[in-house]
Design a binder for this molecule. Structure first.
Ligand code: NDP
Ligand code: GDR
Length: 350
């Protein structure tokens, strides 16, 4: 490789929450960033709009390509065309609840998709003699029913089709490392949130509702299990850990977590309290949101990442909730203008 040429990263899931933060992070490190996006009947690149530069402009360092984790030929083609130095596999049907509704699809994209991508990396290395480092987006959901604290040696006991698929992807990654000597790492990331979090994950669903209720666009928020406890961090902090894993001498697996856990109810308390509201006046339980098998309690132990990667979270629980509520209050204010002028319907609720 030309020493002066920028490093190239290939990201699946670039249009998602983590993909957008990772892209910003890698661009700030001087990388050229290539993202696989899937074809959709509507544009789905909103999280990247603020960093998008038309590719006809020679200063564009983020490039998007159509592909899909369910399409091995597209993965192999882009691997050979882009010739990346690092591959980050963030693409997934990432909603645990939805994975019970769409189990085959979830397995195809999350488990077999990771295998397809690893195979594209492996065959590219064999045919070109180049090196590629691979990151697999693993999840604390893999621990499922195993009680906290959870670290790299804790047994997996997945509780959803999503989590079972992530366990398969985890072991495919370990297997490619052991069988073919691939520089492949599993990041076992606990929940991480942000103002860019998808609106049907519980934290964002709550902060969206807080903004809308505060401003009079909504009265009620329907939720499922409020007793579940999660180790919630900030997505912007977590993408740095992904990159750090690929900069080490040897490939390995790491837990990334804040080491602090809160229930959904505590999140409600903090988010509604932040704007002077009582969540009990607005929340109703809808059994539709209960899962056939639930994960009760996740709290990670991130000592290995702290010691070996020198990583630690910068944003704590209260700051995270405040950041998300502030952003969603602003969004609700913009929404209100559109409602008042008849451009959108205020009854639509995420
Ligand atoms: P998001 O749901 O925000 O993003 C998922 C991304 O995957 C989107 O870009 C989506 O594209 C893409 N995608 C979906 N299906 C396919 C497919 N068939 N082929 C290619 N790409 C596809 O997830 P996050 O950013 O929150 O998470 C990133 C990764 O980390 C995921 O693998 C998730 O499972 C994992 N993870 C997330 C955690 C979290 O707390 N956020 C914790 C632990 C792991 P589109 O925009 O078109 O839908
Ligand atoms: P999770 O996140 O399943 O941990 O997966 P989610 O925010 O969906 O659920 C967290 C907890 O909240 C409970 N809950 C609800 N969840 C949703 N989505 N909607 C509700 O109305 C609701 N009411 C209560 C859930 O039952 C659960 O216990 C996330 C995803 O990002 C995964 O991709 C990732 O791997 C894990 O985090 C770590």
């Amino acid at each position: 490789m030309d020493e002066r040429a920028p490093k190239k990263a290939l990201i699946t899931g670039i249009t998602g929450q983590d993909g957008s933060y990772l892209t910003e992070f890698l661009l700030s490190k001087g990388y050229e960033v290539h993202g696989i996006i899937r074809r959709s009947s509507n544009f789905n690149t909103q999280r990247l709009d603020h960093i998008y530069i038309d590719p006809h402009n020679s200063s564009a360092r983020m490039k998007l390509h159509y592909g899909d984790l369910s399409d091995a030929s597209s993965l192999r083609k882009w691997m050979d065309t882009i010739r990346p130095d690092e591959v980050y596999n963030l693409g997934a049907q990432s909603h645990v609840g939805v994975s019970f509704e769409n189990p085959d699809y979830t397995a195809d994209v999350v488990a077999t998709g990771a295998l397809r991508l690893l195979e594209a990396v492996r065959t590219h290395i064999v045919t070109t003699g180049r090196q590629i480092r691979y990151y697999q987006a693993g999840s604390s959901e893999m621990y499922g029913a195993t009680p906290p604290p959870q670290d790299e040696n804790t047994m997996f006991h997945p509780r959803s089709p999503y989590a079972v698929s992530k366990v398969a992807a985890h072991w495919y990654t370990v297997n490619y490392r052991e069988a073919y000597g691939l520089f492949a790492c599993n990041g076992i990331l606990f929940n991480h949130e942000s103002p860019r979090r998808g609106e049907n994950f519980v934290t964002r669903k709550i902060t969206r509702a807080v903004g809308r209720i505060k401003i009079g666009l909504q009265k009620t928020l329907f939720l499922g299990n409020l007793k579940a406890s999660r180790d919630w961090g900030f997505a912007g902090d977590y993408v740095e850990a992904m990159w750090l894993m690929l900069q080490q001498e040897k490939p390995d697996d790491y837990v990334v977590a804040t080491e602090e856990s809160h229930t959904v109810e505590e999140f409600l308390e903090e988010a509604f309290g932040y704007v002077g509201l009582n969540w009990k006046d607005h929340v109703q339980i809808d059994p539709r949101y209960f899962r056939p098998s639930e994960v009760d309690n996740l709290r990670g132990s991130a000592s290995k990442a702290k010691q070996k990667l020198g990583w630690k979270p910068k944003v704590g629980f209260k700051e995270l909730v405040a950041m998300m509520v502030e952003a969603d209050l602003e969004k609700a204010q913009r929404e209100k203008v559109l409602v008042e002028h008849g451009y959108i319907d205020s009854h639509q609720q995420p």
